[in-house]
Unconditional design. Structure first.
Length: 307
């Protein structure tokens, strides 16, 4: 701190003023940048959550419609048809509808999955991360939803996960034991997977992945744009302030200093001309009075010497 005080004593007013402004700017941009980043991150997360909730509502509507309207119509055929009819299964309908949604360019990188520990179709097999979610929901059944970020090979994604609970007895017709499962189901998928489910058991997670990279890239662009505007405004303020400082303070002080130098070398005709009524004007008036006093003192001194 001592070296700073020593340094500041030896620099010009403009430099001191600019250092002061720079310190204010650095503190201000740090605080405002932190706050802005937090706000933008929050808004991005809100946007991701909003998109995920809309899609979740869509897939669950498809699931409920299939379970209540389509499944009762197709279930009798599962025993008579040689080939399994996957459209009778809500998970299949949800997956196919969501794949249709993904054909839209806006949603091509979105992904939905009924990630089960022991699925009939191994396509729905939970990976290690999704398995941990299932176990977490089983350990904390009071939790009904979880959302966070996850890094995949495709990039950073935002996920929303909900526990999938076996709530209806008729679901167990295809998932309790191979003995009561439709023959067409066994023919298509075998008897090794998708059985042993129990009523009211959490057997999977409904998980929706929303791509986050583009949204966070947009957040970063917005952040850099706002910070760039702040810096631009600060540069304009610095230039304008320096111009005003030069014209309103420094130039006038230099003029007074030059006049004082002339007076100190004996030029008593030099005047501290200053029209302004501000502090610098008052300083010029004080110097003029001092010059007059000095002039009178020198005159009296000369007269005394002449005697």
């Amino acid at each position: 701190m001592l070296w700073l005080n020593k340094y500041l004593r030896n620099v010009k007013i403009r430099v001191k003023f600019n250092i002061f402004l720079m310190l204010i700017f650095i503190i201000g941009i740090s605080l405002s940048g932190t706050a802005l980043s937090a706000v933008l991150q929050y808004r991005a997360k809100e946007e991701l959550t909003s998109k995920a909730m809309i899609l979740f509502a869509t897939v669950n509507s498809v699931r409920n419609y299939t379970q209540q309207r389509v499944n009762p119509l197709l279930l009798p055929k599962l025993e008579t048809e040689s080939a399994f009819i996957p459209e009778a299964i809500p998970t299949f309908s949800v997956r196919e509808v969501f794949e249709n949604i993904r054909s839209d360019e806006e949603y091509k990188n979105f992904f939905y999955k009924d990630a089960a520990l022991n699925p009939t179709n191994l396509r729905d097999k939970a990976d290690e991360f999704e398995t941990q979610l299932v176990e977490e929901f089983r350990s904390h059944p009071q939790n009904k939803q979880r959302f966070d970020f996850r890094n995949l090979s495709e990039g950073k994604v935002f996920y929303v996960a909900r526990p999938f609970v076996v709530q209806e007895q008729k679901c167990l017709q295809c998932h309790s034991t191979p003995a009561i499962a439709p023959k067409s189901l066994l023919t298509s998928y075998g008897s090794e997977h998708g059985f042993g489910w129990k009523l009211n058991e959490i057997v999977a997670v409904q998980i929706l992945y929303v791509p986050a990279e583009e949204i966070f890239n947009s957040v970063r662009r917005s952040f850099y744009l706002v910070i760039g505007v702040f810096i631009g405004v600060f540069v304009i303020i610095i230039l304008t302030t320096n111009l005003l400082l030069k014209e309103a303070v420094i130039h006038r002080i230099r003029k007074i200093a030059k006049t004082a130098q002339e007076v100190s070398t004996g030029n008593m005709d030099a005047d501290f001309t200053e029209q302004s009524k501000d502090e610098i004007g008052a300083l010029a008036v004080a110097f003029n009075r001092m010059k007059c006093s000095l002039k009178i003192s020198m005159k009296l001194l000369n007269e005394k010497k002449s005697y």
